[in-house]
Design a protein around this ligand. Structure first.
Ligand SMILES: [Zn+2]
Length: 421
């Protein structure tokens, strides 16, 4: 199909993102099920059907809620995985998304039909100023857009269709995975690395054009339980131990003007209290600990433990426990031993005339877990901006660049291409 020139990606990407964004697929950290919400199946089943329709092989919706598929090889080469997540962030309203396309953006302020007070200004967001003339997709003012990560889904689907329609393009075996629950840190099921069966992979879940991320936070979670002594307050003298007071002491003693998300940046880590629930007899405090290095992360765990011990020492009748659990690790630890996937992405990027940018991201991706589990998985740009809120937007032309990057990667990785170049 030679008429399917790269220029035509714009229309397909726009149509796909608008269609996917309108589907509610928000995840929910408080749900114990997997996927966390049944609405994510609306996206997963749709993608399963669309992959079959475009002729992908081995299309499967796994019992852990991931859609897998294969684009058969047309040449020798390693197996590459391309991943995107179908869920949208729980932090903001994601129900009833009405995507809107602004064709040929004029460079001015963008206003919203459903929220006249809301303004997206290029003065405030300089990256938007660079996109004059582009087609910009936003929501309508009351919801997020969900380009995070439906842009990634649209990019991979568009590239997959192009490869399947053009078997003359030489590439090795390609595996596709659309995962649930990335936003709540539960996107990578135990069986995924084996089922994906890729030598290395890429998530399309990054921001501005050129972004190739291979450094993420290392992350632990901490749960502090404070058990007091409960008794009727009328007979409480010298007996009652109030867990609320002790939990407050712990929060008061933990760092507040340093080492919190609101006062750190760059490569600094933090301790962040995310939740405190309970009553006078028992309280639970939830914290997340973040640092780029294992040592820094361990130190933060030590601070939390020491604070708990110090408060426990003031009231021996209370029981204070602190449980720290690993969440994910900086993917750099594995990737720096073999930079092949990162170098390949950089080469592909430069072939498109774009200088790659690699900055450590203050968060994690599905790729952090996958890398740790043996599938090196850097994160690549999609164009998405101002994610998880009503000002989220994306340029269709940025998505088209990401689609070309995906195709370039597929070609570059195959042995044929390596021998040619
Ligand atoms: Zn994402």
């Amino acid at each position: 199909m030679p008429q399917d020139t790269p220029a035509s990606f714009d229309q397909e990407l726009e149509t796909r993102l608008v269609r996917y964004a309108a589907i509610d697929s928000q995840s929910d950290a408080n749900s114990p099920t997997s996927p966390s919400t049944t609405c994510q199946f609306d996206m997963l089943r749709l993608l399963e059907a669309e992959l079959k329709e475009i002729g992908a092989q081995d299309v499967e919706l796994t019992e852990y809620g991931t859609v897998l598929a294969t684009i058969p090889a047309t040449a020798e080469g390693p197996t590459i995985g391309f991943l995107a997540h179908v869920d949208t962030a729980p932090q903001f309203n994601a129900t009833g998304v009405k995507p809107r396309v602004i064709k040929g953006y004029n460079g001015g302020d963008i206003t919203y039909p459903d929220n006249p007070a809301l303004v997206l200004s290029p003065a405030e967001y300089p990256y938007l100023a660079e996109k004059q003339g582009h087609d910009i997709i936003t929501a309508s003012g009351t919801t997020l857009l969900g380009g995070d990560d439906k842009a990634g889904v649209a990019i991979i689907m568009t590239a997959a269709k192009h490869l399947l329609q053009n078997p003359d393009i030489k590439h090795g075996p390609i595996r596709i995975a659309f995962t649930p629950d990335e936003e709540i840190g539960r996107g990578v099921a135990k069986a995924l690395p084996k089922d994906l069966a890729a030598d290395f992979a890429y998530t399309f879940d990054g921001g501005e054009v050129g972004e190739i991320v291979y450094e993420t936070f290392s992350a632990d979670g901490a749960e502090i339980t404070v058990k007091g002594v409960s008794i009727h307050p009328g007979q409480a003298k010298d007996k009652l131990v109030n867990a609320i007071h002790l939990a407050s002491k712990i929060i008061q003693t933990l760092p507040q003007s340093v080492m919190t998300p609101e006062v750190t940046d760059g490569t600094e880590g933090f301790i962040h209290a995310t939740d405190m629930v309970g009553g006078s007899s028992e309280m639970k405090i939830t914290l997340i600990l973040r640092d780029f290095e294992r040592e820094g992360l361990a130190e933060k765990g030590e601070i939390v433990r020491k604070v708990c011990d110090a408060v426990a020492a003031t009231e021996p009748r209370a029981e204070i426990t602190c449980e720290i659990t690993p969440q994910y690790r900086n993917m750099r630890y594995w990737l720096e031993k073999d930079m092949t996937p990162v170098d390949l992405a950089r080469t592909a990027c430069r072939k498109l005339g774009i200088e790659p940018i690699s900055v450590p991201i203050r968060g994690g991706t599905d790729g952090s877990r996958l890398t740790e589990m043996g599938v090196p998985t850097p994160n690549l740009f999609t164009g998405m901006q101002n994610i998880h809120g009503p000002l989220e937007w994306i340029s269709v032309q940025d998505m088209a660049v990401a689609t070309k990057l995906c195709l370039e990667l597929a070609s570059l990785a195959s042995d044929t291409e390596k021998q040619d170049g």
